[in-house]
Ligand binder design. Sequence first.
Ligand SMILES: *[C@@H]1O[C@H](CO)[C@@H](O)[C@H](O)[C@H]1NC(C)=O
Ligand SMILES: *[C@@H]1O[C@H](CO)[C@@H](O)[C@H](O)[C@H]1NC(C)=O
Ligand SMILES: *[C@@H]1O[C@H](CO)[C@@H](O)[C@H](O)[C@H]1NC(C)=O
Ligand SMILES: *[C@@H]1O[C@H](CO)[C@@H](O)[C@H](O)[C@H]1NC(C)=O
Ligand SMILES: *[C@@H]1O[C@H](CO)[C@@H](O)[C@H](O)[C@H]1NC(C)=O
Ligand SMILES: *[C@@H]1O[C@H](CO)[C@@H](O)[C@H](O)[C@H]1NC(C)=O
Ligand SMILES: *[C@@H]1O[C@H](CO)[C@@H](O)[C@H](O)[C@H]1NC(C)=O
Ligand SMILES: *[C@@H]1O[C@H](CO)[C@@H](O)[C@H](O)[C@H]1NC(C)=O
Ligand SMILES: *[C@@H]1O[C@H](CO)[C@@H](O)[C@H](O)[C@H]1NC(C)=O
Ligand SMILES: *[C@@H]1O[C@H](CO)[C@@H](O)[C@H](O)[C@H]1NC(C)=O
Ligand SMILES: *[C@@H]1O[C@H](CO)[C@@H](O)[C@H](O)[C@H]1NC(C)=O
Ligand SMILES: *[C@@H]1O[C@H](CO)[C@@H](O)[C@H](O)[C@H]1NC(C)=O
Length: 834
Amino acid sequence: MAGGRALLAFAVLIAASAQHLQREASFTISLRAADNITVTIKLKPGVLPVCRIHVKNGPRFELKIRPGENVTLIFTCNTPEKYFMMEIQKNIDCVSGPCPFGDVHLYPPGLPRLNRTFIWDVKASTKAGLELKFSAPLRQIHPGEICPDLVSYNINSCIDTATVNIGTFCRNGSVSRVKLLGGVILSLHLPWNLTLTTSGFNIANRSSIKRLCIIESTLKGESSIMLMSPNYPLGFPEDELMTWQFVVPSNMRASVFFHDYSLSNCERKEERVEYYIPGSVSNPEVFKLSDSQPANIAGSFNLSLQGCDQDAQNPGILRLLFQVVVQHPQIDENVTHLVDLSKERNMTVTIHFEGWPRRTPLVSEPMCLICKDPRSCDRVLTLASGATYKISFLCKDLSRLRITAEKGISCVGSLRWCESKIHSLSVPKTITQLPVQLHKFIWKLIAPELINIEITSPSLKLRQHLPEQSCNTSYSYSIVSATPETEMNVGIFCPGGAIEKIQLRNNITISLKTFGKGFVNESNHQDLKMSFVPHIKDECTFTVSPDSKAKTYLQTPNSLYGLPPYVSISWYITVPSQQVARLGFSTDRMGIACETGRAYVNIKEQMPGAEEIVRREDELLPQPRNMHHNFWVNVSNCKPVDPMQLTLKFWVTFVEKQIDLAVILGVLAGAGVLAAIGLTVCCVKKKKKNQNPMVGVYNANVNTQMPGKQRLFQKDRRTNESHVYAVIDDAMVYGHLLKESNGSVTPEVDVYQPFDGPMGSLPPSPPPFSFRKDIKRSPNTEEPPLLAETDRDTYTFAHQKSGELEDSGDGNEKNNGDTSMSLLENKEEDSLEE
Ligand SMILES: *[C@@H]1O[C@H](CO)[C@@H](O)[C@H](O)[C@H]1NC(C)=O
Ligand SMILES: *[C@@H]1O[C@H](CO)[C@@H](O)[C@H](O)[C@H]1NC(C)=O
Ligand SMILES: *[C@@H]1O[C@H](CO)[C@@H](O)[C@H](O)[C@H]1NC(C)=O
Ligand SMILES: *[C@@H]1O[C@H](CO)[C@@H](O)[C@H](O)[C@H]1NC(C)=O
Ligand SMILES: *[C@@H]1O[C@H](CO)[C@@H](O)[C@H](O)[C@H]1NC(C)=O
Ligand SMILES: *[C@@H]1O[C@H](CO)[C@@H](O)[C@H](O)[C@H]1NC(C)=O
Ligand SMILES: *[C@@H]1O[C@H](CO)[C@@H](O)[C@H](O)[C@H]1NC(C)=O
Ligand SMILES: *[C@@H]1O[C@H](CO)[C@@H](O)[C@H](O)[C@H]1NC(C)=O
Ligand SMILES: *[C@@H]1O[C@H](CO)[C@@H](O)[C@H](O)[C@H]1NC(C)=O
Ligand SMILES: *[C@@H]1O[C@H](CO)[C@@H](O)[C@H](O)[C@H]1NC(C)=O
Ligand SMILES: *[C@@H]1O[C@H](CO)[C@@H](O)[C@H](O)[C@H]1NC(C)=O
Ligand SMILES: *[C@@H]1O[C@H](CO)[C@@H](O)[C@H](O)[C@H]1NC(C)=O
């Protein structure tokens, strides 16, 4: 045994030194005249000529050995493969002599180890067909793409003097045969360190194929292949015809997808594809390249590409890159789903793969097809309203599919006409009952200038998705308000909150997004409606009726980028009679400094003579305070100093009812009727009495305009039929006594003087700015910044493991661990899939 091992070691040594010797050893290349082979060794272009070839008559950088020659050569370096490459060209003439059909050999043997290209140049009559048959099938690649093993075949067809590149191929594919007409130049590229014993193909004589070429692919199991038209990405020859044949087992299904094509400018005839499909009664089936191509074909079929007579001046390019997918028949292939969109208007429903349209699925991914009829299937299917569809799915895993729908609602015509309709913003049942998850339902609400949009959720009411009150429903609405110049992300909302109504001044996009499967059930009671309303004053007005048991948080829109400059937002908060609301801000200050204009927070109870609390951006925000009547909160922005952004959050809760008692008692005490009274009540009242009276702040006849600013709204509040601002709750006659219990409040009198006027139900008056385009009319206001991305708020949705949203209650305290998932993460996940 030991001796054997020693022998083996010796043999390895010998082999190694032999290899080393071979490097410096000489090579003798002898070419028989009959083989008609020429060998050329030349320097790789661009390489430094540090290595040379030594032959009998001296050193050189290039060597050509012709048929019948014997040459002995030595390289002057150890690694000639770094500098030299080799071409072995064999001319085969089938026109003047007999054709050497059969297996093609890699001849001559014993060549130096260099990158090498074998070229077979076959001259043949155009009357006969030549067939190249590959023992191991090939895979077509894009020109310039490199095969993993660096072995590639290139096939060119030569008719007369014209050469057409049929394609470049790697090993390990499905292309088993290529039939050509006339001459062919086939080249095989091999890397220096790979020794192949056979070319892998043979040549056979065939009868004429009457077209440029036939490429045969044999697909055995589930597979997906890409193929290209000859010369791709350049043009397919003018007025040519070619065929791809697909050999598919009859128990498998094939589908064709065109990934890239272009058409030339045809003078006569039309560019088209024709299919021979087993079982079809209308063979050949003719399609335009722009058509959806046949799918779910049972068994072998063929596909022909027909060019046209091109316009000589401007021929254009006919080219085609397509995919053929072979799958097992799907269990549900015969199950049809009815999608009745006949009563819907201006709506499109798109069923698509996950990640569409940003992501293109990998060729290797299992495919999900959506079929309009048994053979018209595609990866993406768009259905338009006004018709009924019977669709089916060819897909192993329907959870890979999604639905995105869009509906446009516009007001064309008079406000009176538009106003008369209330549109329900709900996902039709015909969509929710499909076995595919709804990804998004988008409503595009479009109003002409001076007509605005109102969104209501009368029974469910909306909750603003904030860290303190994250959404736990299976769906949410993202509301984006857009002018032609800019976008404002109003926020993310879900059912089950306090917001009854949102009025918005601009065109609105509402996107319903679903989370998990719960939507199927929850979609049964959707409750979002919209209508067109007369022009409103603020950019956005919320009507909020807070739940007396919960704390309601509200936040200014566009929190990620801050409220746009000069924009004014109002909240109208209802306080049921007999109850007292408490209002507080989440921060002490607005947190901005203004570059132009001033920012204000105004708070005003809705009752005659109510004081208005006004805070400028350079002042402290009010302390938490009790509100006895319905009240307005208004936030109006200036143009903040960059990079400051205005985002304000406030909350409303209800305090115990005994406060009411305190007020009444206080009133009574003030009237001096009662002598003996609770000490605490007395104290409260005394404090109030010591305060400056605030009623005098108001000057009923001064306009809302800031000095120097042009008035933008021509219509007066009294004449614009606004029905936003509800009536006064006149029951609360004692309200004026319940003033700020915190003595620190001193109202600003000199800044601007809000208009109160006879209409007691007005919201506090913001400076008359807006981020709409009509601010351009004002010469001294700035162009608003472009707010590019909107769907980006980093709010956190808490998800249950089941995929449903979970109630995380107060977002500050509960941590959902690995089950929580933010919208941003969601977004990133989406983009990872791209
Ligand atoms: C060798 O190739 C040349 C060029 O194609 C051709 O003219 C010649 O007839 C060929 N000779 C043989 C023996 O095939
Ligand atoms: C080339 O060399 C081989 C042996 O190395 C010899 O058999 C053959 O006759 C030679 N041919 C020519 C044309 O010199
Ligand atoms: C040999 O082929 C390889 C792979 O195609 C390439 O990277 C290398 O540059 C080639 N060498 C020469 C000398 O052509
Ligand atoms: C072809 O595929 C087989 C098996 O899939 C693999 O072993 C072989 O390395 C592949 N060859 C090339 C050239 O990629
Ligand atoms: C050939 O050499 C290249 C490096 O030049 C290497 O990556 C490759 O694996 C080698 N191939 C074989 C078959 O040895
Ligand atoms: C090739 O086939 C055609 C008809 O199939 C025949 O006429 C021709 O003689 C064949 N040529 C050769 C070289 O076998
Ligand atoms: C295409 O298929 C049909 C039916 O199988 C067959 O008759 C026809 O000859 C085929 N055409 C080509 C070019 O392969
Ligand atoms: C679907 O229907 C076709 C035609 O009726 C039938 O050949 C096929 O087997 C059916 N597929 C399945 C999966 O049942
Ligand atoms: C249909 O919706 C589009 C937007 O999706 C909108 O531009 C168009 O005005 C709408 N048409 C009608 C009649 O509502
Ligand atoms: C809303 O869109 C319509 C149609 O595109 C446009 O005429 C109108 O000016 C837009 N409204 C606003 C406020 O941008
Ligand atoms: C939908 O509701 C039904 C009955 O109320 C229940 O059985 C089912 O599990 C629910 N589905 C989901 C996904 O929550
Ligand atoms: C969501 O949270 C609210 C309370 O915040 C609760 O009443 C409701 O049942 C929760 N809904 C779901 C689906 O968990």
